[in-house]
Design a protein around this ligand. Sequence first.
Ligand code: NOJ
Length: 555
Amino acid sequence: MSEWWKKAVVYQIYPQSFQDTNGDGIGDLQGIISRLDYLQSLGVNTLWLTPIFKSPMVDNGYDVADYTSINPIYGTMDDFDELIKDVHDRHMHLLLDMVVNHTSDQCKWFQESKKSRTGKYADYYIWEDPKPDGSAPTNMGGVFGGSAWEYVPERKQYYLHMFAKQQVDLNWDNPEVRKAVYNCMIFWAKKGVDGFRLDSLNSLSKRRPFVDLPKAAGSDYGNVFACVSNGPHLHEYLKEMNKEVFSKYNMLTVGETSNTTVQEATKYIRPDELSMVFQFEHMDVDSGRFGQYSNVRFKMSDLRDTLARWQKGMSWNALYLGNHDQPRLVSRFGDDKHFRKESAKMLATMYILQKGTPYIFEGDEIGMTNVNFKSIDDYHDLDSHQIYNHMLDWGVSKEEALDIIQRKSRDNGRTPFQWNTDKEAGFTTGKPWMTVNSNYKEINAAEAEKDPNSILAYYKKLLKLRDNTDTLIEGDFKLLSPDDSDIFAYERKDDKATYLVITSFAKDKVRYDLSTIDQKFDQLDVALNNYDDLEEADNVLYLKPYQALVVKVKD
Ligand code: NOJ
């Protein structure tokens, strides 16, 4: 089977915020179609759409009510058919986001299941009796706060929801559930979909029996991940899913696997399971007492050590620094005030040229930044609200709680795409579902297209370089200068060539002595540089703030 996904560069579209065409303030499928030229000229060849299925949108589509119908806010099935045809006509691929750990509580399966303890759907979800005093079966907490159990009087039982109470965990131990889910996947595969991003994938198999768990950090509840992560039957289910679906359609499959070590992750990357996984360890480098919500800045060495560990341990990685659940990468790992362009280009170079399939989150290619809303009421994301309230309960001041939300809210990545300087950044002619970032007059795609030094122009060069260079796709990865305080450098090498990627995280000019990595300046050809010039004397590079270089070692 061809591993076409090794050449893939995936662009993640958050449909709600990408491009509206009907003036309702919400992005739509026709909007995506209208921007395919832009995406193709960027140089990406695969699109991943976050969930577009019918949903009450409690968690922006990660609560699916019907897996085989299009959410009317995004358009119709005809629009989808047009989209996939246009994508394929351009020799691009399309991935959908399958959310199969849980369904919406509005899903027909759950509506039936909650009615009684008997019947076809009775065992589709995870139902447990109350404790003798009527309270929840265990102390397990949900990821979005509160208990992970919700009582239903009709059944006199509790159901499990690891996320919001409207996101009900499916019972994967029931073969009927698995079959029903595979049928939904096959429905899309038959429409030509080229693969899936699989939400919360390593939570499908729960550890039973359910017991009280040690408390999670910053929580009064037991840590749900201890019960759900990498559970006992997961590999069995993935092999079955692969056999029934993926293997028949030559798909790219990327599983979202939080709480997973390299050692565990290697077991998923096999021809009979998944192409790759989204690991989370590098997203924890700036975690605090409330988990991902903190005002702690990362240490470059932690980011480098973590990414290098995954490079070393895995045959193939899903490469990402941002997505719809994370703050903007330039605000988090770069400097969006003084060196926005330089640091955005540097970060892209650092992660996109590692070994694996790169994922670019919409807007990162023009250097969109965090949004810094001034009031908690401007944030939409349910998780941001629950954590804000939780922080107040724990005695954090309102100012500090808002500061943390501003830095880390998932909404930072969800504001409307900034296309141009028109009203609402050209995203909509109506009122956008979420406020546009006020910096859109300066940061937008139209301005970036005009500027040969823009972040966008640099992304195009970077992606072309990767696409044209087998060594940067398949070559081995080796970390260089592992103890340097400012430089993240690595080598990509195969029997054809050797490339060095040298990136600086410093805000000042720093030295990088090439002798320490056994290289000679006159033996290097610069393939890419995020500055116009390069300062060198006596085999020492003097790297400017956030400078990034890709060099080829001469034969
Ligand atoms: C991960 C998704 O990326 C996130 O947006 C969602 O809230 C949870 N899974 C629950 O589906």
